[in-house]
Design a protein around this ligand. Structure first.
Ligand code: DQQ
Length: 492
């Protein structure tokens, strides 16, 4: 992909290159083309939200990672800005500018990021309103894992998350302990340049079956505060090639350690990974995660893009024990056509396509009755003959919430395993579903149960919506469906 360079800056490719791609999301943020992964450096500056992200300008694969950059006034519509950070030969990020965060340091926007290889912590500052970035002469400000961990850390030290507390800078950062598991380390600093190691904040156990403790390396920590409580979000890595689901621990500080009291999976489905949280001026915590692809590398190469951001999600504490994620209210501005349906009663085995209800960008709110002996499914991405269809089903034995992808696409290049999560609700559920071409996100239990996955309908006419009942008579109390406008198809 040719890069047109403004003086000293790498510009983004134009936004109109891939607009005819049936599977390319329309209202989720993604770069104009090529590879993206983690969100980085989320920061509100002069009233606008800046998002940086892991980006490869050379194509849709992970290599020589740069920081892409976009800005939004409303969390929903984005404008592309020039590439913020690029690896530079002979420097502390010669092989890539990996994940990190952003802070305002006495009015100076400052990026704190991972340089590779070896893995170190670097700084970069901007003097022109976050457009161009100068790497700090003191780089690296942390040159590797603390000597106390010895060779057990294997050189892994990445994804600094920094905040201000009690008049100093605090940092949490991902690391590992060989044969033991992932660990999040703590540091403190008076000036972002001199850092003192304060010890492990929380350590995992790679032999544990609990996803919140498992993994061989813990990446991308975020530490949030809810009154006296802290919530640590992290992304556990199992092996270099097998990423797991992001998890959280809720607890309290005991010195510089976190006492984990409750914990859980933040988003189910193995596609949402490496979320970063920003604390907005209005008091909300908002996060985006990287949604990975569920199709072959060859399919991504042919498409010219790989990776997309999740929806912007508000992070809330529920019952002083569980983190919940819910789509931010600003997303309502995307709503266009509206159908209000229901109540609907479905006989055992009945499948009903909803006449005239269609779209590849949809928001659906379904209030359904739950029972052990009846299962209800909302069907999206359906072709008229049902060759292609994706079922979001709940109820039945165990009352799980499942996204069934076995018939989502007639392509042989896609993953098909189902996404499954236990549902907390017992008698009824409110399912909040978002479809954006190849992205599906489902929220239930007031955001305590979240699923995200990827589907790739290959037929132009796989745009229909239906419902299905199984077991005995199934009741849908209310069904609201909106088409959603695209934000990515407008010029960037
Ligand atoms: N992605 C980055 C790392 C991080 C990982 C590299 C998580 O900094 O640990 O692109 O997806």
């Amino acid at each position: 992909m040719p890069l047109s360079a403004a003086p000293g800056l790498l510009a983004m490719p134009p936004r109109n290159l891939l607009t005819s791609d049936l599977q390319r999301p329309g209202y989720h943020f993604l770069p104009p083309a090529n590879w993206m992964n983690d969100p980085n450096g989320l920061i509100q500056w002069d009233g606008a939200l800046h998002m940086f992200y892991q980006y490869n300008p050379l194509g849709p694969w992970h290599e020589r990672i740069h920081w892409g950059h976009a800005v939004s006034e409303d969390l929903v519509h984005w404008r592309d800005l020039p590439i913020a950070l690029a690896p530079r030969a002979g420097e502390q990020d010669a092989d890539g500018c990996w994940s990190g965060c952003a802070v305002g340091n006495h009015g100076i926007p400052t990026l704190i990021y991972t340089g590779v290889f070896p893995q170190v912590v670097n700084l970069a500052t901007s003097r022109d309103g976050l457009i161009s970035w100068e790497k700090h002469p003191a780089n690296p400000v942390i040159s590797g894992p603390p000597p106390e961990l010895g060779p057990q850390a294997g050189g892994h030290l990445r994804d600094p998350f920094v905040w201000r507390e009690d008049g100093e800078w605090r940092m949490v950062i991902g690391c590992k302990q060989e044969d033991a598991g992932g660990v999040i380390l703590g540091y403190r600093s008076p000036d972002l340049v001199q850092w003192e190691y304060t010890g492990p904040l929380l350590a995992g156990d790679q032999t544990s079956d609990d996803p919140a403790w498992g993994g061989t390396m813990w990446e991308c920590p975020n530490l949030l505060q809810f009154g006296e409580q802290r919530a640590l979000i992290l992304s556990p890595q199992a092996t270099p090639t097998d990423h797991l689901e992001p998890v959280y621990h809720v607890g309290r500080y005991a010195g510089d350690r976190l006492e984990s009291e409750t914990r859980g999976v933040l988003v189910h489905g193995r596609y949402f990974y490496a979320p970063q949280v920003v604390h907005l001026n209005d008091g909300r915590y908002v996060t985006w995660g990287w949604l990975k692809e569920g199709r072959s590398d060859a399919a991504c190469l042919a498409a010219g893009w790989n990776g997309v951001m999740s929806l912007p999600l508000a992070v809330r504490m529920r019952d002083s024990s569980a983190l919940a994620l819910e789509p931010v209210e600003e997303l309502r501005m995307l709503r266009h056509r509206h159908w209000q349906l229901g109540p609907l009663s479905l006989q055992d085995g009945q499948v009903r396509l909803l006449p005239g209800v269609e779209g590849s960008r949809l928001e659906i709110v379904a209030e359904v009755e739950l029972s052990e002996d009846a299962e209800i499914a909302i069907l999206i991405g359906c072709s008229p003959d049902m060759e292609e269809q994706t079922a979001i089903r709940c109820g039945g034995p165990g009352r799980a919430l499942v996204i069934e992808r076995s018939r989502s696409s007639r392509s042989d290049q896609v993953q098909r395993w189902p996404t499954i999560a236990p549902l907390g609700s017992t008698d009824g559920a409110r399912l909040h579903i978002f479809l954006d071409h190849s992205v599906v996100e489902v929220f239930a239990d007031q955001g305590r149960t979240v699923l995200a996955t990827r589907i790739y309908p290959a037929r132009q006419d796989s745009i229909h919506v239906g419902v299905r009942g199984l077991g005995r008579t199934c009741d849908i109390r209310a069904l609201d469906i909106w088409t959603l406008n695209s934000q990515n198809k407008v010029a960037g």
